[in-house]
Each structure stands twice: as structure tokens, then as C-alpha cells.
Design a protein. Structure first.
Length: 136
């Protein structure tokens, strides 16, 4: 019998960081990096991908992922946020690193939250992306 201890879940945060730049490039957003931490030096535009929670049961990890789209102006950050939003929503029905994505549930749309330390424009929003676990 399979128990909770026998199921592992893929690192969705890492998978998204590896996948997102190429997807953005297909929309003309070339050389936009994605990371969990603020890059040093900080680029003019980039995307932060952070797992901020989400429950799991025996089979499904309902990863809660917060995205931040950064830009030199509010308009640039808003444009990047819009494209990231489209790309993330396109995950429905696709497979990412061998793991099927059945749903993307948005908790709220992008909101303007400038960085409090630098004032750099930043839009932030959170989604839940359930990912099936695998037996170990």
C-alpha cells in the first residue's frame, strides 16, 4: 500500500524558472530571466517565481506560486506581467518536465506593488498549480 511517505512531488518552482525564459522569448521578451532571488546585478526586467505555500494530499501537490514581474517603468512591468500571465495560463493541459498540468487557478490578477527598497516597478500575483506526485 502506498503511503504519504512513498510519494514525492516535483519542484514546480525550479521547473517554472527553467521553462519560463524560453516561453517569454517566443513572445519577443528575449533575455528575460526568471529566478527565486533578486539577481545581482538586478536586470531592468525579470520575473521572480516563489513558492508561497500550498497543501498536498496523497497524490496531488497544490503548489501556490507567486509571480513578480519587474520593469524599469510601471508600463514595462505591466506588459511583462501580462505576458507572464498568458504563458502561465497556457500551462493548462500541457506537460512540464514530464509532469502533466491539469489546472492553473489564479487567486487574483496582477497588482502593482513597487519594490519598497528601490521603488522599481513590480507587479505581483499568485496562482495555484496542482502537480501530481510520483512514487519513490
Amino acid at each position: 500500500m502506498i503511503t504519504d511517505e512513498d510519494i514525492a512531488f516535483p519542484g514546480l518552482e525550479t521547473m517554472l524558472i527553467g521553462w519560463l525564459p524560453a516561453e517569454l522569448a517566443s513572445f519577443g521578451y528575449v533575455n528575460v530571466q526568471a529566478s527565486t532571488l533578486v539577481p545581482n546585478p538586478r536586470p531592468d526586467r525579470w520575473v521572480r517565481v516563489v513558492r508561497t505555500g500550498g497543501p498536498a494530499d496523497l497524490v496531488i501537490d497544490r503548489a501556490q506560486i507567486t509571480f513578480e514581474a519587474w520593469g524599469t517603468t510601471t508600463a514595462a512591468a505591466a506588459d511583462l506581467a501580462g505576458i507572464v500571465r498568458v504563458v502561465i495560463r497556457s500551462l493548462r493541459g500541457r506537460t512540464l518536465d514530464g509532469h502533466p498540468i491539469y489546472r492553473v487557478a489564479e487567486f487574483g490578477g496582477p497588482a502593482l506593488l513597487p519594490d519598497p527598497d528601490t521603488g522599481q516597478a513590480r507587479y505581483s500575483w499568485t496562482v495555484q498549480i496542482p502537480v501530481r506526485g510520483y512514487a519513490i
